[in-house]
Design a protein around this ligand. Sequence first.
Ligand code: 13P
Length: 256
Amino acid sequence: MARRTIVAANWKMNGDLTLVDTMVKNLKTVELQDNVSVVICPSSPYLSSLVEKVSEQALNGAICIGAQNVSEHEYGAYTGEISTQMLQELSVEFVIIGHSERRGYYKETSTQVAHKVKAALNAGLTPILCIGESEAERATEQTEFVLASQLQPVIDEVGIEKFIDVVIAYEPVWAIGTGKTASSEMAQETHQFIRQFLAKANESVAAKVPLLYGGSVNASNCNELFAQVDIDGGLIGGASLQVEQFKAICLATKGK
Ligand code: 13P
């Protein structure tokens, strides 16, 4: 079955104009299969520079541009927010929605996340919908319940058919920035659960949704993770700020 493989870099509140330039120039030397997309999601002030550098290096199509967040509102008095239209104008194609840092620090609820996914889809942006359980939730065997309760409001809001244009990133909160990666077996098992959960609503859509793993992915563990049947790439934090590591992670998609 043809599913897209995606390696997405979430720079979070890190990086600078120099990194934008260096990363793009270095990625020019990386040859990937046609079914693989690389997405870079810098902080919003760097989006236009990234667009420029990608076009300067003639990498349009090879490197996609992603934002880290978007407002659920179309426009108006929402100081500090960024609208889907603003992202579209900048040639942004992807947007990370519902990252655990936004759910945790900024109290984004699953309902708000669902509204953001809807706004993104309506604007033709591809949402990278993040879901994941905390350490306590994993320890008390609530992982499946938590993932289902993060997915269901989005399914209810946009309808399962629209998931054909959605990318899901499973990021166990306990693995983010901690160096503790889920084992490839655990990640595969959870991805399988996510796909089966979607399949209950629509089997053919579920088979096509790219499921990315995120949480302390690096050049040493990416091969084993990406080898899993339901892992279609990764959402990379810390290691995506280091050019050589990120290149190695992109190359680990060979054979997917
Ligand atoms: P790390 O790769 O730094 O653990 O971050 C993962 C993440 O949160 C990506 O969105």
